[in-house]
Design a protein around this ligand. Structure first.
Ligand code: FAD
Length: 388
């Protein structure tokens, strides 16, 4: 993108699956990795806005000033994934003042490769769908504030306006708020995991699997996503060790049968992962405790794919509204949270089955509920009434 927009910028792209020697020389263990003038600059998919925000160091303070000056919204959506996008479109179509504030517009869809279960769209790809979401939202008068992280929600006071405080210090105000902050990969929280993230510890088998061609990997987690990942990786890597904490796998029987038929997969149950080991540069193994014998075992390998579920992005809401024991925002059938005027949708909530189509439907529902709330809220008293 930078090279297309600025002829002074030169860009070289390397396909790691085709040029494995380049991958080893640069010690790349996750893609995409972006180097700037030979130094690591970023990892994961980045938009032009993200790149600019990183190179322009004064941007945050300038943004805060602009955001603080904004008028209150009728509906402020926090989150720009499928749920947030649907909520914004439904709100804007009612002709009310709508804003979307998102840390990364597109959400998890940006990290997804192939999508084949979005009804009426037989096949699409994550980044393509993310772009379509943004284009659809931009068809309407929606104020999109991308690359902004919400850090606190302050319920409405006497003025009827809730406040959303952002990481850059700005505060946005709104008559109703829709929370659609989605979820992120759950981590193991063991020593070594953080140190070797992107250096052998991965979360997306579709993205990073090909980098481990012919190598040994472990998959952590024996639920559907773990077993699917192990089946997928077994076709690329030399050997997969699947580690499951429980005494049995939790994946669907058909997936377990497929996994059991693969010659290069070892399944270990009752295994508590305790450490990721490495040589200082990259992963060289994993340690687990056999929960039956209590013995610690070290497996030598080059890659670890963590597939132990999703965590809702709701840490910033703790103590403000009702969360389930799993940290999901509790909502009723209309998307109403425990706070009046605050609604929620998608993966961040107690709604079962975390899927794109469900998140979109939830977003639309929460938005209609927010509109219903607004039309039933008492109209503000005029500042002054002149009587002849
Ligand atoms: P998200 O997509 O997680 O979006 C959350 C949004 O909130 C983002 O914009 C994020 O930046 C923003 N945000 C988070 N915290 C804050 C904050 N504090 N302040 C401001 N913004 C914030 N589903 C399918 O239906 N089909 C599939 O094939 C499929 N494949 C998948 C593959 C992968 C690898 C993954 C990870 C998920 C997949 N899913 C699939 C699930 C699907 O992506 C999710 O169910 C869906 O994206 C949820 O939408 P959402 O809007 O609730 O949350």
């Amino acid at each position: 993108l930078m090279a297309v927009l600025n002829p002074g910028v030169e860009s070289v792209m390397i396909d790691g699956a085709l040029y494995q020697d380049e991958v080893s020389a640069r010690q790349i263990m996750a893609v995409p990795t972006v180097m700037l003038n030979g130094e690591p600059f970023g990892q994961g998919r980045m938009t032009i806005e993200e790149i600019l925000a990183k190179v322009d160091t004064g941007a945050s303070a300038r943004d805060a000033e602009k955001l603080n000056a904004k008028d209150a919204y009728d509906v402020l959506v926090v989150g720009g994934g499928p749920a947030g996008s649907a909520a914004a479109i439904y709100a804007a179509r009612k002709g009310i003042r709508t804003g979307v504030v998102a840390e990364r517009f597109g959400g998890q869809v940006l990290d997804t490769l192939s999508i084949e279960n979005l009804i009426s769209v037989p096949h699409t790809e994550g980044p393509k769908l993310a772009m379509a979401l943004e284009q659809h939202v931009k068809e309407y008068e929606v104020d999109i504030m991308n690359l902004q992280r919400a850090e606190a929600l302050i319920p409405a006071g006497d003025d009827g306006l809730a406040q959303v405080k952002l990481a850059n210090g700005a505060t946005l105000r709104a008559k109703s708020v829709i929370l659609a902050t989605g979820a992120r990969w759950r981590e193991m929280n063991v020593p070594g995991e953080k140190d070797y993230k992107g250096k052998g510890v991965c979360f997306c088998p579709h993205c990073d699997g090909p980098l481990f061609k012919g190598k040994r990997v472990a998959v952590i987690g024996g639920g559907n996503s773990g077993v699917e990942a192990a089946i997928d990786l077994a076709g690329i890597v030399s050997h997969v060790t699947l580690l499951e904490f429980d005494s049995k796998l939790r994946a669907d029987a058909v997936l377990q049968a497929k996994l059991g038929s693969l010659p290069n997969v070892t399944i270990v149950t009752s295994a508590l992962t305790t450490e990721v080991t490495g040589d200082g540069e990259k992963v060289n193994g994993i340690v687990y405790q056999d929960r039956i014998s209590g013995e610690n075992r070290h497996v030598e390998l080059e890659g670890i794919f963590v597939q132990i579920g999703l965590l809702p992005n709701t840490d910033w809401l703790k103590g403000t509204l009702k969360l389930s024991p799993r940290g999901e925002i509790e909502i009723d059938a209309r998307g109403q949270t425990s706070l009046p005027g605050v609604f929620a949708a998608g993966d961040a909530t107690t709604t079962p089955y975390k899927q794109i189509i469900i998140a979109m439907g939830d977003g639309a529902k929460a938005s209609l509920s927010a509109f219903d709330h607004l039309i039933r809220s008492p109209a503000p008293v005029p500042a002054a009434t002149i009587v002849d």
